[in-house]
Ligand binder design. Structure first.
Ligand SMILES: Nc1nc2c(ncn2[C@@H]2O[C@H](COP(=O)(O)OP(=O)(O)O)[C@@H](O)[C@H]2O)c(=O)[nH]1
Ligand SMILES: [Mg+2]
Length: 356
């Protein structure tokens, strides 16, 4: 695994700063003693100080940081590896040092995790993108989702083994895949049976976010029409992508997520790791005879929308659905079968409780 350490700290990227401030409340001076409403009978008013929990949580997160893992999956040649580079070169970590995947992207032949530590406002996020080899090259593509499913399950297994360990770590390293970007070929026709099969299988074990690859190859009308068709086909085939309807927590969630499900999905993206000078600014883009396609310009493609959705607005929820739904399903099944695992004794249960 390649690990490149860098920091976005102090960058002028207001957008991403705003992003993190949504994840982590603005640093607030912690009072030496819990704040109390001043005035007579303050005891009677009964201020307990529950609200200081936010500050406590912020401090803990700052100390420990957190892991976030994204996987890219899809047919060979759709621009998965390029998008991984785009993500790391874009505003997520533009100011960071050490990112040096400048060489031409070779064909991906194995599942490979590329990691990067991003720091903002004192909070560290270890972002890992898992690049996978494209499938669909073979004559017989039967069960070609198996290696991907196996990788995802192996990460659950690793986490579970750590969790049931009697002397388990205080903080278990989290390599579980929190979201899987599924690349759809921009054919303008319909999804291929292989896409449907693949997503049907994977959506049971991981959060799937469908994306239309190489959106620069479609006209605006074609893109709108294709997006609609893909949504319809996913619905007809009963494929649940993230954010799944059944996990909306309240009406506010539902309204927000309905909009994403019915309008944004699947995000039509363009990837590039080449920089060009446009109007005096350096931008990531694809140079064509008729101009430069700017990957982070919302008028050109939806890459920035996808990035904001995953990293800015839904990161915590992606982690929660992974932990509470997908991992829990795996865990329950595994502990029921109990194949190969140490039996769950009263002692380990007790240990678990005390660590919560
Ligand atoms: N037109 C267009 N080409 C792209 C895009 N992203 C990547 N490519 C090109 O597609 C080819 C395959 O890209 P790669 O990232 O290796 O695809 P992968 O097999 O899915 O990992 C390369 O020549 C890329 O330059 C895109 O958004 N639009
Ligand atoms: Mg590749």
């Amino acid at each position: 695994m390649t690990w490149i350490f860098g920091s976005t700290k102090g960058s002028a990227d207001n957008k991403i700063e705003a992003a993190m401030s949504e994840l982590v409340p603005e640093p607030r001076q912690k009072p030496a003693v819990p704040m109390k409403p001043v005035g007579i009978n303050s005891n009677l008013l009964g201020y307990i100080g529950i609200d200081t929990i936010i500050e406590q949580m912020r401090k803990k997160t700052m100390k420990t940081g957190f892991d976030f893992n994204i996987m890219v999956v899809g047919q060979s040649g759709l621009g998965k590896s390029t998008l991984v580079n785009t993500l790391f070169k874009s505003q997520v970590s533009r100011k960071s040092s050490g990112w040096n995947r400048e060489e031409k992207i070779p064909k991906t032949v194995e599942i490979k995790a590329i990691g990067h530590v991003i720091e903002e406002g004192g909070v560290k996020m270890k972002l890992t993108v898992i690049d996978t080899p494209g499938f669909g090259d073979q004559i017989n593509n039967e069960n070609c989702w198996e290696p991907i499913e196996k990788y995802i399950n192996e990460q659950y297994e690793k986490f579970l083994k750590e969790e049931v360990n009697i002397a388990r770590k205080k903080r278990i390293p989290d390599t579980r895949v929190h979201c899987c970007l599924y690349f759809i070929s921009p054919t303008g026709h319909s999804l291929r049976p292989l896409d449907l099969e693949f997503m049907k299988h994977l959506s049971k074990v991981v959060n799937i976010i469908p994306v239309i690859a190489k959106a620069d190859t479609m006209t605006l009308e074609e893109k709108t029409e294709f997006k609609q068709r893909v949504r319809k086909e996913l619905e007809v085939n009963g494929i649940e992508f993230y954010p799944q309807k059944e996990f909306d927590e309240d009406l506010e969630d539902k309204t927000e997520n309905d909009k994403i499900r019915q309008e944004s999905m699947p995000f039509a993206v363009v990837g590039s790791d080449k920089e060009y000078q446009v109007n005096g600014k350096r931008i990531l883009g694809r140079k064509t005879p008729w101009g430069v396609i700017e990957v982070e310009n919302l008028n050109h493609c939806e890459f920035a929308l996808l990035r904001d959705f995953v990293i800015r607005t839904h990161l915590q929820d992606l982690k929660e659905v992974t932990h509470n739904i997908h991992y829990e399903t795996y865990r329950a099944k595994r502990l029921n079968d109990n194949g190969g695992l140490p039996p769950v004794t009263a002692e380990t249960e007790e240990n678990h409780e005390s660590n919560l």
